[in-house]
Ligand binder design. Structure first.
Ligand code: UP5
Ligand code: MG
Length: 231
């Protein structure tokens, strides 16, 4: 079991952060650099981290459940951790709730701390971090606090119209599943998540998956990425 991530942070491959320039021209580079490279070989002595990115309703959570089942990862959904924090009545709860209602991003310090605790309390060494990092600031905070960068980054690429349809059909009582908040979530995704996607693309870690189709069809595109891993 992980007692403290910080104490095992030397087990991660440390990132050498370079200044990343944001802008329209950089977004185009992403297409060129999208990686199909093989994933690193995990070992039980060191954590193996996969970031799962994609817009609201792109199917991150749904595909994470399939990956857990097939490859034995532990699913850490940043959104679920934040919703759990609200439900627990914690001191951060009201700030998190209003941030989620507005479709904005909760301060990195709060989210990274929740992710870190969740990883520390797991016996597993293979983690899917779902819906995080959502901004360059999130990404840097994770690297600085955990002292690590991910081994693999999945990006579920889904048209906006399809994402909106899925979220509005979900019907699970989420405070952010209404048309006004969805518009804001999409705006924030466009503004802040693309630089993160480009960053990992340039580092050869990004696996872009076309997220249109049935759940099983999409998973068949995910499966080969993790095929080298045994459960
Ligand atoms: N569905 C899934 N796949 C389908 C398919 N192939 N065909 C048809 N339907 C499909 O799927 C959404 C819905 O679509 C479900 O009903 C599913 O059955 C169906 P899901 O797998 O839930 O998609 P997902 O990408 O996980 O959508 P989600 O709404 O969870 O994504 P978000 O990124 O918007 O939500 P998250 O929970 O990560 O974050 C919520 C908010 O928390 C954020 O907006 C933000 O305010 C805050 N937050 C932070 O501030 N920081 C963080 O680090 C994380 C969250
Ligand atoms: Mg989700």
């Amino acid at each position: 079991m992980w007692r403290r991530v910080a104490s095992v942070s030397h087990l991660f491959s440390h990132s050498k952060s370079t200044k990343f320039n944001q802008g329209a021209s950089t977004f185009k580079i992403w297409e060129t650099f999208t990686s199909e490279s093989e994933i690193p070989t995990p070992s039980k002595g060191s954590p193996f981290v996969t970031f799962v990115l994609g817009g609201p309703g792109s199917g991150k959570g749904t595909q994470c459940a399939k990956i857990v089942e097939a490859f034995g990862f532990t699913h850490v959904s940043a959104g679920d951790l934040l919703r759990r924090e609200i439900a627990s009545g914690s001191a951060y709860g009201s700030v998190i709730l209003s941030t989620i209602r507005e479709g904005k991003i909760v301060p990195s310090q709060v989210t990274v701390e929740l992710i870190q605790k969740e990883m520390e309390s797991s016996d597993n060494y293979k983690f899917l971090i779902d819906g995080f990092p959502r901004s360059e600031e999130n990404r840097k905070a994770f690297e600085q606090t955990i002292g690590a960068e991910p081994d693999v980054v999945l990006f579920f690429d889904c048209p906006e119209q399809e994402m909106v349809k899925r979220v509005l059909n979900r019907n699970q009582g989420r405070v952010d599943d209404n048309i006004d908040t969805i518009k804001k979530r999409l705006e924030i995704f466009d503004e802040l998540n693309w630089p993160v996607i480009n960053y990992y693309s340039q580092r050869g870690k990004l696996h872009k998956i076309n997220a249109v189709g049935t759940v099983d069809e999409i998973f068949e595109k995910v499966r080969p990425i993790f095929a080298p891993l045994s459960k």
